[in-house]
Ligand binder design. Structure first.
Ligand code: SAM
Length: 288
């Protein structure tokens, strides 16, 4: 028998990992939020940060509280998700969308785009700006989803801190945008309110890439800076869902920081591997 006071630091780390596994399993079983296949180190670090922030003392106590207190659950979900984003993030990706993907999108009478893991919405609004400039916004709908309800609330408001418009303008210009960026928002005190015409073509709602299924057919899907938090099994699930969700010849944009899994490479053909732009393969038999 070991006296609890004598559990050495290495073993207490082990204990923490076991408690964390149990926590994430319970959260999945009882609440349906699946963090079981997120990369371990950052997932457990975030869980501990959550425990500390709310002075919960232990993971087991956190588990009990999260299961019973909706406001604590919302706070837990926000802690678990990293919602850093910006307008026209990685401008060269938007340049490529502008030059290579918009001409194909223009051939559809109704354009459907899914921005998965949209965080606070900047990526979806950037897409709306591209479509508007190309005269395509009126016949487009952008479905923008995330699991973090707090982020989605900001996204739906279309209001951002005024100082973020400096970086947004710089990125927009770097992506090849030629209009004054101030055409897209009005400044009010320390806020910038995006043009309502952009907002009117966007639908924000909750969707979990780990547990939910597809909700339609899209011509273009963007899912950038999300796979980085997923273990391979979870990424494979999302890749298959994106394949199922894309219309023939549809495109998937994952951005320059991430790659597809080996199975994903059978579902999508690289159109620009450096920028993370892929086209859906048509060969059903290629599916893993
Ligand atoms: C770093 S942000 C990326 C935002 C934007 N796509 C970009 O590239 O700027 C990652 C987003 O993925 C979301 N996310 C994490 N796990 C998710 C899941 N299982 N389903 C849907 N969204 C998820 C997070 O809530 C977060 O808002």
């Amino acid at each position: 028998m070991t006296d609890p006071a004598e559990i050495d630091p290495a073993r207490s780390k082990e204990l923490m990992a076991i408690e964390a596994e149990a926590f994430f399993y319970t959260v999945f079983e009882f609440l349906g939020y699946d963090f079981r296949h997120y990369t371990d180190a950052s997932r457990n670090r975030r869980l501990m940060a959550f425990v500390d922030r709310h002075s919960l003392g232990s993971i087991s106590r956190a588990q009990d509280r999260v299961l019973r207190d909706p406001s604590l659950l919302a706070s837990f979900l926000s802690t678990m998700t990293i919602n850093v984003t910006e307008m026209f993030r990685d401008p060269s990706v938007f340049t490529k969308i502008r030059t290579d993907l918009l001409p194909r999108l223009a051939t559809y009478p109704r354009i459907r785009i899914w921005v998965a893991g949209c965080a606070t919405g900047e990526e979806a609004y950037s897409m709306a700006i591209l479509l508007d400039e190309a005269g395509l916004l009126d016949r487009s709908t952008i479905y923008a989803t995330d699991i973090d309800s707090e982020s989605l609330r900001v996204a739906a408001s279309a209001i951002y801190p005024a100082d973020t418009m400096v970086g947004a303008t710089r990125n927009y210009q770097a992506s090849g945008g030629e209009r004054p960026f101030s055409d897209w928002y009005v400044a009010k005190y320390d806020r910038s309110i995006l043009n309502p015409a952009l907002r009117s073509r966007l639908e924000f709602f909750s969707h979990n890439l780990a547990t939910d299924s597809t909700f339609g057919e899209f011509h273009l899907i963007l899912c950038r800076n999300v796979f980085i938090y997923f273990e391979e099994t979870l990424q494979r699930r999302a890749e298959r869902m994106f394949w199922d969700s894309l219309a023939p010849f549809g495109h998937l944009v994952i951005g320059p920081r991430e790659g597809l899994t080996v199975d994903g490479m059978k579902l999508f053909k690289a159109q620009d591997r450096r920028l993370g732009i892929y086209a859906k393969t048509q060969n059903q038999r290629a599916r893993p």
